[in-house]
Structure formats: C-alpha cells, structure tokens
Design a protein around this ligand. Structure first.
Ligand SMILES: C[S@@+](CC[C@H](N)C(=O)[O-])C[C@H]1O[C@@H](n2cnc3c(N)ncnc32)[C@H](O)[C@@H]1O
Length: 331
C-alpha cells in the first residue's frame, strides 16, 4: 500500500499473508521447544501497542523518563553529533514505536534546518500509523517514509530508496531484548549495512539497584502482566487458539550478576491448548519464556561497539546516570 500526502509518504512493504505464516510458524516452534518460548516482537498488536504506551507512563518504568531526559535536555548534544559532517542524511529509526522521544530530536533538527528524511521502521502497522498521524500534526514540515517490517529487511529497503548518509536510531533499550551473543551478531550485521560516515545512536539501560530494575518490569497494577498475557489473546484471535488467559500468570526475575531481567508466563494447571489443528501440552507450573531485558555496564557497551565494527563517538547519560544513548561511528 502506498498512501501519499503533501509531505508524508507512507509505504507498507510486508504482505499480511507472509506475516501471519511467520507468526504461526514461530509460535508453533516456540511452544513445542523445551523450555517453551514466545518471541517478544509479537507483543505489539493494537492492544499490545496501547499497553506498552501505558507501561512507558508507569512511575516504575524509569527507562522512558531517563531516555526522555536525554532527548529533551541533551538534544543539542545529539544534534551536534548528527550534524557534524554537514551533509544531508536519512534518519532511520529501528522499532520506532510512537516516537515520543525521537520527536524532540526531529523538532530540533527541523529548527536547525537540517536536510533529512525520517524513516521509522516497525513491525506494527498500527503504531506506524499512530506515529505518522502524530508527526503530521505536530511537525507538518517533516518528510517521513514509514517502513513496516523487520529491522534489517526494512533497512535494506531504506538503502534502496536513498543513498544519503545514514543516522540510525535504536532507542528504548530494545537492544536489551537480545541475548548478548544475539546483540553482538545484530550490531555486527548493522555495521555491515552501513558505511564510514554513518552514525548509530543506541539506547542501553544500565545496571543499577536490582530492586529498582525488578519493580520496573513487575508493576503492582498488573499492566506488564497484561502486556505479556495479551500475546496469548493475540494467538487466540489470529491463530484460532483456545488459551484460557486466567490459567496463566506473569512471573518476572532479575539476576544482578548477569544483568538479565526475564519475563515468563507460568501455566497454572495441566492443560492442552489447540492452535489451529495442533495440540500443545502444558504441565502445571511449566514456564513460557517471554522476554529478556538485558542491562549493561559502560565497559560492556564499549566492548560491544569494538567487537561489532563501531567506534564510540560519545555516550550521553541521563541526569541520574541510569540510562545511556551511545553514539557510534562505523569503522
Ligand atoms: C519496546 S518498543 C520501543 C519503542 C521506541 N523505540 C521507544 O523507545 O519508545 C519496541 C518497538 O519495536 C518494534 N519491534 C520489535 N521487534 C521488531 C523487529 N524485529 N522489527 C521491527 N520492529 C520491531 C515493536 O513493534 C515496538 O514498537
């Protein structure tokens, strides 16, 4: 689908059929593995997007406020890094979500009359349309090309659409959703898609008081639990499954030694779930592993940059030093 307005181009490249086939195959593979696993990228349907916006507004979920602090109060530092070379660029955002934080940078760049095109990438068509309507209203002069699909597939599309230098944003600590080995492979792949002169701005949540980290993912109001359980509702709706949501419970852990914060769903009974034609057995107390939110130290982030083909330009911290957005250049 291509929908053009005066200054906004919305392009959707993925086919719905391919996406549902991939969803089915990932769900069945994940739930027949030991331990069972569901991929957190599937959290984000329309309800999941809304629940994630509520998570970002929770007092316990400090990550948003910290990164907002950087994007609101250190915008000039970010812009200076991006505008250093003085050439036109594409500002590509991986997993853009509703763009709450990046909007501050976009506004600042427009005020500085930077020559750029904003290209948000997200697998959620819903959140891209939320983002694009919001930006159209707030920053009508912005040129925006929305790319719906997986990070690298859409990065390739972005490179096919334009040969300008690239500034890639990967915010919100999304890199923390990958195991450390996967994060290294991801950053190495990312650097291979880029060229010298390109820049990456990546958000990392830092190791800190373990209770504070656990509380951020284990709120008492149950929003994070609802966010995790919503994936079962999505499987019921899109894959004709019969999960009884009340028979599962959210469980969160944080290991301060490894920095791994992990979420699970626990089956509260022996039960058999039907997903289309397939049956999947769950034992009472069996876990479904849902999501990792890995926390980093600054030396671990430095090592990740060095080992994946980047050089650190700067790291910008929030005022509490709980979160950092690092600027990496391509070697
Ligand atoms: C945790 S939210 C963060 C949103 C935003 N970056 C922020 O910091 O507020 C993650 C976003 O990445 C998107 N996403 C997750 N996995 C993805 C993938 N493999 N490819 C493209 N987008 C993805 C989700 O749909 C969601 O909007």
């Amino acid at each position: 689908m291509i929908l053009k307005t005066e200054k906004t181009i919305y392009e959707e490249f993925s086919s719905h059929e391919n996406a549902i086939d991939q969803f089915r195959s990932d769900v069945l593979e994940g739930l027949t593995n030991t331990p069972k696993k569901l991929h957190s990228k599937y959290f984000y349907d329309t309800i999941g997007d809304r629940l994630f916006q509520q998570i970002m507004a929770m007092p316990e979920y400090y990550l948003t406020n910290c990164e907002m602090d950087i994007f609101q109060n250190k915008t000039s530092e970010l812009a200076q890094i991006i505008l250093e070379s003085g050439t036109a660029f594409d500002l590509i955002e991986l997993g853009a979500g509703d763009g709450t934080k990046s909007a501050f940078l976009l506004k600042d760049l427009l005020e500085k009359q930077a020559d750029f095109n904003y290209m948000p990438i997200d697998i959620s068509a819903n959140i891209l349309s939320v983002l694009s309507s919001k930006l159209k209203a707030d920053l009508p002069e912005l040129t925006i090309t929305c790319l719906e699909g997986e990070y690298f597939k859409m990065l390739e599309k972005a490179a096919n659409l334009s040969s300008r230098r690239k500034v890639v944003l990967f915010l919100g600590g999304n890199i923390g959703n990958m195991e450390k080995g996967e994060a290294l492979a991801f950053c190495s792949d990312l650097s291979s898609y880029l060229s010298p002169g390109d820049i990456v701005l990546m958000g990392f949540d830092l190791k800190k008081n373990p209770q504070m980290i656990l509380d951020a993912y284990n709120d008492k109001t149950g929003i994070t639990a609802a966010f995790n359980l919503n994936l079962l509702t999505r499987i019921n709706r899109e894959l004709s499954a019969d999960f009884c949501i009340e028979k599962f419970e959210h469980y969160q852990t944080y290991d301060p030694l490894s920095g791994s914060c992990r979420s699970y769903l626990i089956s509260l009974a022996d039960q058999v779930i039907t997903i289309e034609e397939r049956s999947v057995d769950f034992e009472k107390d069996e876990l479904v592993y849902m999501e990792l939110s890995q926390k980093y130290s600054l030396p671990e982030i430095e090592a990740l940059a060095e080992n994946s083909g980047f050089v650190t330009i700067n790291h910008i911290m929030d005022s509490k030093s709980w979160f950092t957005d690092v600027a990496w250049g391509v070697v």
